[in-house]
Design a binder for this molecule. Structure first.
Ligand code: PLP
Length: 411
């Protein structure tokens, strides 16, 4: 059950790392798109596992192994319900979004993509949703095609039908851009992709974080996301896939736990999800991600979305009013998530970040692993403030003060 009222100040107190000073100033953490902070509930779940239940999963008959296995599989079920998976076995634990996309590229891709086939991406993608497809294309002789961006960093979908054909085997698209915050119309793209027989792989690293994701409603085939961006631990993530596709896929890695029977020359595979989880998994990470899902569910994804929209409206108004400052990305709040990418006059984004850091404000500067987006806007880098459930309008005010200081230095 979601909490009855949304109070970001109270929520913030649940995140120990936010309660510190940096360079003598209270920390303002505006880099959650890179990784979020972790609430006490998640830290406690990790501690409880290591202090009481630590054992390998699926292998032992002893009590600790039983407990660890139950907690690990229970977390799978909770994450599955959270995104409305049909069944827990559709949840494959991975190291994160990157590994999840690589898994699809290598396991589904090598079996189903050949010379002359096409893979459709967009210019908006994080490198994690470009490089695996480039590797696949090199190995198979397939061709990459791209959906272009308009001047606000939105996908140009007018000519989508001409980019798709019976040769298109995969459409790989982000739910939300980490570089600009653009929210993509995944359902619309999926319908068009399915009409030509292509599968749809969604990079949900910035999607599941901010909005309620319902994979069945989206209608996609694979959805990848990372625990560390949604209050969970690092080193754990999820590949959700349709059961029929997962069943038909070859394993991605070989090793312990993913086999049914091993012979000298040939072996047979365990059923999903274990077929894709070779070796000792990140047990603590999975349990921590389950706790993160419980935490976010208790607060309520809808309430988080409303709060972030409010915060973005305020940030765009206040930060956007700074002379010489350019905000990149869609102007409509309906089309953007809690990411504010900007430049300020001639100040290099790294200098902006350094000056803000001296004020205790953490923002990101660089190409955000989205060099095609930077190229589109003709810049090498931007500064990026990204917001989450624990940020407040006061944080935005502190950011504005810090940026005024940058402006004074570079005037
Ligand atoms: N895709 C997007 C949109 C991202 O923002 C990120 C991380 O920043 C990734 C993929 C990669 O996620 P991870 O590094 O957790 O695998």
């Amino acid at each position: 059950m979601p909490r009855t009222d949304f109070d970001p100040i109270a929520i913030r107190k649940e995140f120990p790392a936010l309660d510190q000073t940096v360079n003598g100033k209270p920390l303002i953490y505006l880099d959650s798109a890179a990784t979020s902070q972790k609430p006490r509930a998640v830290l406690d779940a990790l501690d409880a596992y290591y202090e009481r239940d630590n054992a390998n999963v699926h292998r032992g008959i002893h009590e600790l192994s039983r407990r660890a296995t139950i907690a690990y599989e229970d977390a799978r079920g909770r994450v599955g319900s959270w995104i409305n998976a049909v069944e827990p076995s559709e949840i494959i634990w991975t190291r994160g979004t990157t590994e999840a996309i690589n898994l699809v590229a290598m396991a589904w891709g090598l079996d189903n993509v050949g010379k002359g086939d096409e893979i459709l991406l967009s210019v908006l993608e994080h490198h994690s949703n470009i490089i695996p497809w480039q590797l696949l294309a090199k190995r198979t002789g397939a061709k990459l095609r791209y959906i272009e961006l308009d001047e606000q960093g939105r996908l140009i979908l007018d000519d989508l039908d001409s980019l798709l054909s019976r040769r298109t085997k995969i459409v790989a698209i982000s739910h939300v851009s980490n570089a600009l915050g653009t929210i993509n119309p995944v359902k619309r793209i999926t319908e068009a992709a399915h009409a030509v027989g292509a599968i749809v792989v969604v990079d949900g690293a910035q999607g599941a974080v901010h909005t309620k994701v319902d994979v069945q409603d989206l209608g996609v085939d694979f959805y990848a996301f990372s625990g560390h961006k949604m209050c969970g631990p690092t080193g754990i993530g999820v590949l959700w896939g349709r059961r029929a596709l997962l069943d038909a896929m070859s394993p991605y890695q070989g090793g312990g736990e993913m086999i049914h029977f091993v012979g000298r020359e040939e072996s047979t595979w365990a059923s999903v999800p274990h077929k894709f989880e070779a070796g000792t998994p990140n047990i603590a990470g999975a349990i921590g991600m389950g706790a993160a899902v419980d935490f976010l569910s208790e607060i309520g994804m809808d309430a988080i979305a409303v709060h972030e929209r409010d915060l973005m409206a305020y940030a765009i108004e206040k930060v956007g009013a700074i002379p010489g400052l350019t905000i990149y990305g869609p102007t409509s709040l309906d089309e953007r998530s809690a990411v504010l990418s900007f430049s300020l006059g001639d100040a290099h984004p790294h200098d902006i970040s350094t000056i803000l850091d001296s004020d205790g404000i953490a923002v990101r500067a660089g190409h955000h692993c989205a060099q095609l987006v930077m190229k589109h806007f003709g810049v090498a880098a931007t500064a990026r403030a990204s917001f989450y459930l624990y940020n407040t309008k006061d944080d935005v005010d502190r950011l504005v003060d810090g940026l005024e200081q940058v402006r004074t230095i570079f005037a």
